[in-house]
Design a protein around this ligand. Structure first.
Ligand SMILES: N[C@@H](CCC(=O)N[C@@H](CS)C(=O)NCC(=O)O)C(=O)O
Length: 198
């Protein structure tokens, strides 16, 4: 059975939501980061970074939320969380899935820390640029791929929910509000919220 190593109030939420969307049975292994459990030798054998979330699927150990999204969406394809390899939407799906860790995550941290980096040097450009592009992409909606919900929405929706609604690190915008409402209306999101609250 799948094993998800997770901690409350953390980036684990992305993977809780993901696994709830698949409706696959999975075991949750509480790895409470407030106790230092993420630095135990047992957990470091799963993720040498000592960070949650991490997933074990049999002997396969995977860390990094976006990689877990990509793996699970392809491996458990009945959940229809990823366009098929020959689907025209596959390219944009991958673009948005990678946008989560490469652009959204640093943009949020830049907004929060007020760190100044020249946009030409920053891989994500600037915070404003990242959120402008995301807002434009969600103009039609409801999802990043239009009518098709995907694991990219889980990676990005979870990150934006964390930054805007949970920790108020960045201000919202109308398109992002509509998007986060649509995410929060999903039964799997709501189940994940209950689990994450402990
Ligand atoms: N790049 C990782 C980041 C994971 C991460 O930052 N996890 C934090 C919790 S939100 C953590 O485990 N912190 C504990 C520590 O660093 O000791 C991902 O996206 O999964």
């Amino acid at each position: 059975m799948l094993k998800l190593y997770w901690s409350p109030r953390s980036r684990s939420f992305t993977t809780l939501w993901l696994l709830e969307e698949t409706e696959q049975p999975y075991e949750r292994v509480l790895t409470d980061i407030s106790t230092g459990a993420q630095k135990s030798p047992e957990f470091l054998a799963v993720n040498p970074m000592g960070k949650v979330p991490a997933l074990k699927d049999g002997d396969v150990a995977i860390a990094e939320s976006a990689a877990i999204c990509a793996y699970v969406a392809d491996r458990y394809s009945d959940a229809k969380l990823a366009p098929a390899l020959d689907d025209a939407k596959r390219g944009k799906y991958l673009q948005w899935l990678f946008f989560a860790p490469s652009c959204i995550e640093p943009a949020i941290l830049q907004a929060y820390t007020k760190l100044e980096i020249p946009p030409m040097s920053a891989a994500w450009g600037s915070t404003a640029q990242v959120f402008d592009v995301l807002e434009q992409a969600l103009d039609k909606g409801p999802w990043l791929l239009g009518d098709t919900f995907s694991a990219a929405d889980i990676a990005i929706g979870s990150g934006m929910n964390f930054a805007i609604r949970l920790f108020k690190m960045v201000p919202s915008r109308p398109a992002l509000d509509r998007y986060l409402d649509a995410c929060a209306a999903r039964p799997a999101f709501q189940r994940a919220e209950k689990i994450a609250a402990g």
